[in-house]
Design a binder for this molecule. Structure first.
Ligand code: MG
Length: 266
């Protein structure tokens, strides 16, 4: 057969197969695949996607840090500076974390690198959200916060990265001095009775409305040196914010809220 004759034959063959599929009567009724229960709960949404829906847990509403404690001493209040509807990292006070513990959740958080920030690379506006704090210091799974506006560094350590694991899919960073948003869906890891990993943690992140982590699988809690692996089984955990030890001017946060996700969503 000449090559130019082959295409019509192939097309006819494909069309014939599709016709055969369409004429095979489907088994059952349309109603067989309609699901009516359980009915999803009615939840009033926020005015905009940045505003908390009716079922959100408010972690910071601009007034105080009542929902937060010191990571080093969970009996002590979080002593970062509150003012102007936001709060600002106080580096000598160390990390802070939520009083409450969470499994899987949807989180909204806004952060701002101060205008006129100094420093370079990892030493320029460094903080982070530990999506599950599993101990003191920096133990946990870090979604990096850093000035990423014309501030090169290793890509799996830039803003929107899962630190030292997965680079963001894009860099939508705004200039220092402007507020930025993270919207996160965190699927907590599960562990077997023997302490092994049942299902690894997964995370989806929108950074200023852009998808930067797409259901990313985490290989373990963040590790500064070496490959991350799961070594410690844990349950629900607080969310922790990082007071990074660099010398640059501290970041601020505002409008933090969370919706707990049902176990079935895992
Ligand atoms: Mg950090």
């Amino acid at each position: 057969m000449k090559p130019h004759l082959l295409l019509p034959v192939l097309l006819a063959g494909t069309f014939g197969a599709a016709q055969a599929q369409q004429t095979t009567p489907p088994a059952g009724k349309p109603e067989d695949t309609e699901v009516y229960k359980p009915v999803p709960p009615v939840v009033a949404p926020g005015k905009t996607s940045a505003d908390p829906p009716a079922d959100a847990i408010i972690l910071f509403d601009g007034k105080n840090l009542d929902q937060w404690v010191s990571t080093e001493n969970r009996d002590a209040p979080a002593k970062w500076t509150v003012g102007g509807g936001a709060f600002t990292v106080k580096k000598d006070q160390g990390n802070i974390e939520t009083k409450r513990s969470f499994g899987s959740y949807q989180l909204h958080l806004e952060w701002r690198v101060p205008a006129g920030i100094s420093g370079t690379g990892q030493g320029r506006g460094n903080s982070g959200i530990f999506l599950a704090s599993i101990g003191k210091g920096d133990l946990g799974y870090e979604l990096q916060i850093l000035d990423a506006y014309q501030n090169p560094t290793y890509v799996n350590g830039m803003a929107g990265s899962i630190y030292k694991q997965t680079a963001p899919l894009a860099n939508p960073a705004r200039k220092p001095g402007e507020w930025q948003t993270y919207d996160v869906v965190w699927t907590a890891p599960t562990f077997t009775a023997a302490g092994g990993v049942g299902t690894p943690a997964r995370v989806t992140v929108f950074f200023n409305g852009m998808l930067v982590q797409n259901n990313t699988v985490l290989t373990g809690p963040t590790r500064y040196i070496g490959k991350a692996t799961y070594e410690q089984a844990h349950g629900p955990a607080p969310i922790k914010l990082q007071a990074h030890g660099d010398k640059s001017e501290p970041l601020s946060f505002r409008n933090i809220w969370l919706r707990e996700l049902p176990a079935a969503a895992q």
